[in-house]
Design a protein around this ligand. Structure first.
Ligand code: HMG
Length: 391
């Protein structure tokens, strides 16, 4: 690979569902203090998923926002990173490729490792582009975070997808050469094949997350000689926004100098969208990146640190440099979030229980309440039926 070739994120777009709940209302119904949710956990709203939405429809919606006809010609590979798979064999990327109308001459694959896999997707895409600089890779991070009604994890649910084009001469973020990955066999969060909700050792998972962040950051610093002062921001996987604060404070300690203040302000800017959507699992780090780029004091040339974490567990610390045209190559997340409708806790619970899940029966969903461009219309003969919704 030509060492001078810049490879990275060329464009980014986000999609979530049309409905959300206010977490203060959920707190009241669950008998909790609203401040526990909004301050203690750091979440204000949560995406509500109708049965007509899943990782395929969300992933297609995000990707559809960023593809020009020229992009469509250049895409050689579609990588869909998820832990909310809809089939144990067939890659969800194939359905997405079909909904997007991409050429049949593309490679399509699904990746899994909890909330980490989109980062693996980006690193694999980077390898493809390094070998074939004329190619573009579409990486989609799509998930539905489900813990169950009235569980401690409920307040940290969420849903959505971030789509990214990885190419040479990227417009958003040029990736740094050095990255540090760390993998250990740890049972902090998992979902057996027979379960539709995650199993989690919540407090333990937050400690493992912080430990992985410290270990990967320290090793990165040893390898590169860079210090915290060299970063304008450190972006985190945000299962709930307080998690990023816990991790950042674990390395800042008592520091309150210019670097510490800058990193704390950057963290706040990166949390704006996650606060309104919830955990996207593997897309959360990248929604945080979009949030920072659209709400932070960002300029071209800034070096960002990114910490990716997936339970099980795997972490990676890597970096990127902001490119001059970043602002024009991001979808308008705030405007999309404003278009959503708030629903009652009762309606959220109905939607939660209406998911297709493990149901094997034929079913046709009522599409009248879902304005999304791509919908899951139902299931027939054990096959999911997706369609474009042109109303
Ligand atoms: P919990 O037991 O309900 O909450 O579970 P708590 O009692 O620990 O309270 C949470 C915070 O609210 C505490 O602050 C309280 O002090 C505070 P902290 O000590 O943590 O700083 N609090 C209040 N603050 C203000 N006013 C009040 C008030 N009351 C309490 N009145 C837990 C919390 C996060 C464990 C739970 O929600 C959970 O299990 N979530 C799911 C697991 C998770 O998100 N883990 C994160 C790390 S693992 C990860 O990121 C990977 C993951 O995304 C999955 C994947 O990789 O695929 C999860």
């Amino acid at each position: 690979m030509n060492k001078k070739m810049k490879i990275g994120i060329d464009k980014m777009a986000f999609a979530t569902t049309n409905n959300y709940i206010d977490l203060r209302e959920l707190a009241k119904v669950r008998g909790d203090e609203p401040d526990k949710y909004t301050i203690g956990i750091g979440q204000d709203q949560q995406a509500v998923v109708p049965p007509t939405q899943d990782i395929v429809t969300l992933g297609a919606a995000a990707a559809d926002k960023l593809l020009t006809s020229e992009d469509r010609q250049r895409i050689s590979t579609v990588i869909l990173a998820t832990e909310s798979g809809i089939d144990n064999s067939k890659a969800s990327a194939i359905y997405v490729k079909h909904l997007l109308g991409l050429s049949d001459f593309v490679r399509t694959v699904e990746l899994k490792e909890a909330c980490y896999s989109a980062t693996a997707g980006i690193q694999f895409a980077r390898g493809i582009v390094a070998l074939n600089p004329q190619e573009t890779v579409l990486v989609i991070a799509a998930d539905i975070a489900r813990y169950g009604l009235s569980t401690p994890g409920e307040v940290t649910q969420g849903a959505g997808a971030v789509a990214m084009l990885i190419s040479q001469d990227p417009h958003v973020l040029a990736l740094g050469q050095t990255s540090v990955s760390l993998t250990k066999d740890i049972m902090d969060f998992w979902r057996p094949l027979y379960a539709t909700e995650a199993m989690v050792d919540g407090k333990y998972s937050t400690n493992v997350y912080i430990d992985f962040f410290k270990q990967t950051l320290t090793r990165y610093q040893q390898l590169t000689g860079r210090r915290l002062d060299d970063f304008t921001a450190i972006l985190f996987h945000l299962p709930f926004t307080k998690m990023g604060k816990k991790a950042l404070e674990a390395v800042l300690g008592e520091r309150n100098d210019a670097t510490a203040q800058r990193l704390r302000q950057a963290l706040t800017a990166s949390q704006v969208y996650s606060r309104q959507v919830g955990n996207l699992y593997t897309g959360s780090l990248y929604l945080g990146l979009m949030s920072y780029l659209q709400n932070g004091a960002v300029k071209a040339g800034d070096r960002l640190g990114l910490f990716s974490y997936g339970s099980g567990a795997e972490g990676e610390f890597y970096t990127g440099v902001v490119q001059p045209a970043f602002a024009a190559n991001l979808s308008n997340v705030q405007s999309d979030l404003k278009k959503r409708q708030q629903v009652s806790i009762e309606d959220y619970e109905i939607a939660f229980n209406d998911q297709l899940g493990m149901n094997s029966a034929d079913i046709q969903f009522d599409l009248s309440n879902d304005p999304a461009k791509f919908v899951l219309a139902g299931q027939k003969n054990h096959q999911r039926i997706y369609q474009r919704n042109d109303k």
